[in-house]
Design a protein around this ligand. Structure first.
Ligand SMILES: Nc1ncnc2c1ncn2[C@@H]1O[C@H](COP(=O)(O)OP(=O)(O)OP(=O)(O)O)[C@@H](O)[C@H]1O
Ligand SMILES: [Mg+2]
Length: 268
């Protein structure tokens, strides 16, 4: 059997859970080509990032992958089925935690289950929600309201809310960009730990080259006008990643390579 390969001939560790082929998006009102010819393979259990200048189409790509908007061209397949709208196996997280202020932390986390399957189902999931709170270091905060949480704690609660539905894929649009650097480093390591423990497939939009490199198996570097993937950079650093890896020569080489790609992409 011929092994499946991503760009640059890197063998995939597992069969792709997500496959995008020739994905394009034109926003009709302004005839703006936001994306063109995007091909991606995300192996099951992998962590990928997408990085590119502001307005190059990263959020558009993520929304297409989530089934929130439809592509103008190409196909998006998740777990052997085309993505034609929002799905149970997809979890999303945005820049802001967007917890409901009138619900306690635990009720916020259980809300997607309550909406989807009803109150009884939410009650059945309460123990799972408590276990998730433990996982992200929020034990004892189940009865707290969002106003009583710090920004980082609210983001962690939002992670729990995303994980409670047990999505196969996590789509993350700059989830920690509002946090200060130390909390963000901590959250990134938490995210890695959770993904490893849950064998989740993650796809992260970020503006930080260092964040993309430390977290990812593959960094997709995007160029603008039209938004497209310039290169899929394979990050060959051991797992679990640790924050001190940022001082290693290999890490520095990846950062420089991606920075060069980004400056070339923004000139084209
Ligand atoms: N609903 C929309 N209608 C028309 N144009 C849109 C719409 N959403 C995005 N665009 C345009 O598509 C392009 C890509 O936008 P997108 O939000 O995907 O960029 P981005 O890479 O996520 O940027 P940022 O890093 O600033 O978040 C931009 O030129 C934007 O103006
Ligand atoms: Mg965006």
């Amino acid at each position: 059997m011929i092994p499946q390969r991503v760009k640059e001939g890197t063998p995939l560790a597992a069969p792709p859970v997500y496959t995008l082929r020739g994905v394009g998006k034109t926003y009709a009102r302004r005839s703006l080509v936001a994306l063109e010819g995007v091909n991606l393979d995300l192996p099951r259990g992998s962590f990928s990032s997408v990085i590119g200048s502001s307005g190059c189409g990263k959020s558009t790509l993520l929304k297409i992958m989530a089934g929130l908007i439809s592509p103008s061209a190409g196909s998006v397949i998740l777990a052997d089925r085309p993505v034609l709208g929002p799905r149970r196996d997809i979890g999303m997280m945005f820049q802001q935690a967007t917890l409901f202020p009138w619900l306690t932390t635990i009720d916020n986390i259980l809300l997607p289950i309550r909406i989807r399957d009803g109150r009884a189902a939410a009650r059945d999931k309460a123990a799972d929600a408590m276990a998730l709170l433990d996982l992200v270091g929020l034990r004892g905060f189940d009865k707290a309201y969002p106003a009583e949480l710090s920004g980082g704690m609210a983001q962690r609660a939002a992670i729990c809310r995303m994980l409670i539905t047990e999505p196969a894929v996590l789509l993350l649009d700059e989830p920690f960009s509002a946090l200060d650097e130390l909390v963000r480093d901590f959250m990134n390591m938490e995210l890695q730990r959770i993904c490893l423990e849950r064998e989740a497939t993650a796809f992260l939009v970020t503006h930080s080259i260092a964040e993309a490199v430390i977290l990812s198996d593959t960094v997709f570097v995007m160029g603008a006008r039209p938004g497209r993937v310039i290169e899929a950079v394979t990050i060959d650093l051991p797992r679990p990643r640790t924050l001190d890896m940022v001082t290693s020569p290999a890490f520095g080489r990846y950062v420089t390579h991606i920075r060069n790609l980004l400056s070339t992409g923004s000139q084209s």
